[in-house]
Design a protein around this ligand. Structure first.
Ligand SMILES: [Zn+2]
Length: 149
């Protein structure tokens, strides 16, 4: 780390502390001029771009995802906190994948898996939109699959 006073390239770390947000603060001393300074390192957690079905890319939109899930959960006993938690888990998973882009299917499948645990009616509603189930037979197949699984 370059010294901000004399621009010397070498400094020595005299203290390291971690903060609650996963950052690392280091107290350093320049090997040339002896001045002390601090640096702060923080991991950059980037959410990958979402590749939509038509091939276009968009930023992961947490609010949009919450809106979609809320609609599926309307008048169902699913708390706002549970929806927030699900979306938070999805976001954390997307970041941990460590890829620049992921298919929107990956996100949709995670929502489906989460809703299946939370509320089966909400799951079916979401499936109708997400899997574009546009006739009773395919909706029934999905319900059968849910009942079997
Ligand atoms: Zn220096």
């Amino acid at each position: 780390m370059r010294c901000p006073y004399c621009l010397h390239e070498q400094s020595r770390v005299i203290d390291t502390s971690h903060d609650s947000r996963g950052g690392v603060r280091r107290r350093r001393e320049c090997e040339n001029c002896g001045q002390r300074f601090s640096t702060y390192e923080r991991p950059i957690l980037a959410t990958p771009l979402i590749i939509k079905a038509d091939g276009t890319r968009e930023d992961f939109d947490r609010d949009k995802l919450i809106r979609g899930i809320r609609i599926a959960c309307a008048k169902r006993p699913v708390s706002a906190a549970a929806i927030e938690r699900l979306v938070g888990e999805i976001e954390a998973t997307l970041r941990s994948i460590g890829r620049a882009e992921v298919s929107s299917r990956v996100v949709g499948d995670m929502v489906m898996a989460g809703l299946k645990e939370l509320d089966q009616i909400a799951y079916i509603r979401y499936a109708i939109v997400y899997l574009q189930l546009d006739d009773l037979k395919s909706i029934r197949n999905e319900i059968d699959r849910l009942l079997e699984g």
